[in-house]
Design a protein around this ligand. Structure first.
Ligand SMILES: [Zn+2]
Length: 235
């Protein structure tokens, strides 16, 4: 296993990590800035979420307060919209934007939006795949037997499923933000200039998903380079 420390393809992993760190620093900074800007409506994240859900005819989704910062999410399993410390009770432009984005996911779920359904189906495969792929590939690389190519292939397939999950996440996230901007604009919950600020916050958040997908693709590329090299040695 030690030769991985000298593996030049490791640079791909480092690039991926740097991209993710940069995206996460950016969303923290943009979110932080607009968390300080109070909205004219004075609505809290929770109130905005409840209004948006009702406007969409959704009455079976609970809006709850969850701990943390930027931990906001919609959980389709129990139809719960979790809003974090800086969103739930805050009347900032950023809070309303994030709340509206999470409502976008609840609406996607209610409408049976296809990419969300595909993403949901991929969750177990992606979790299982990303944790099992590397052990399989390492065993495949270390042992010298008939099954080693099979193990490597299986590892690559599992890792690809995890990459696919990241890619399917992109339309789901962009669509939720699109819905958020539309409803905030059309309902008059935010003024025009505030909608522009929400676009900046949600745009920065979307970049973290793009970074995650790019990083996953770089890792897959590295995997293909490493295992491809091994295969040529075998032949
Ligand atoms: Zn989202």
């Amino acid at each position: 296993m030690f030769y991985y420390y000298f593996d030049p393809t490791y640079i791909l992993v480092v690039i991926g990590v740097l991209i993710c760190l940069a995206a996460s620093a950016r969303v923290r900074s943009v979110f932080g800035r607009y968390s300080q800007v109070r909205s004219y409506s004075g609505l809290t994240g929770r109130e905005a979420a409840e209004q948006i859900l009702r406007r969409n005819g959704i009455y079976d989704v609970r809006v709850v307060h969850i701990p943390g910062n930027l931990t906001d999410h919609y959980d389709p399993r129990n139809r719960t919209l979790g809003l974090s410390d800086t969103v739930y009770g805050s009347s900032s432009v950023a809070a309303i934007g994030v709340a509206a984005h999470e409502c976008g996911h609840a609406v996607q779920h209610a409408e049976g939006y296809t990419p969300l359904a595909i993403r949901g189906a991929l969750v177990p495969v992606a979790n299982f795949g990303s944790s099992l792929a590397w052990p399989l590939i390492l065993i495949g690389l270390l042992i010298n037997s008939q099954v080693s190519v099979l193990l490597i292939d299986l590892g690559i397939i599992l890792f690809s499923a995890a990459v696919l999950f990241q890619l399917v996440t992109l339309p789901v996230e962009f669509n939720a933000s699109g819905r958020a901007v539309k409803v905030l604009e059309s309902s008059g919950m935010l003024r025009g200039d505030e909608v522009g600020e929400v676009k900046k916050v949600l745009g920065a958040a979307a970049l973290t998903y793009v970074a995650g997908a790019a990083s996953a693709i770089l890792q897959l590329l590295r995997l293909l380079i490493i295992t491809g090299g091994r295969r040529r040695n075998d032949e």
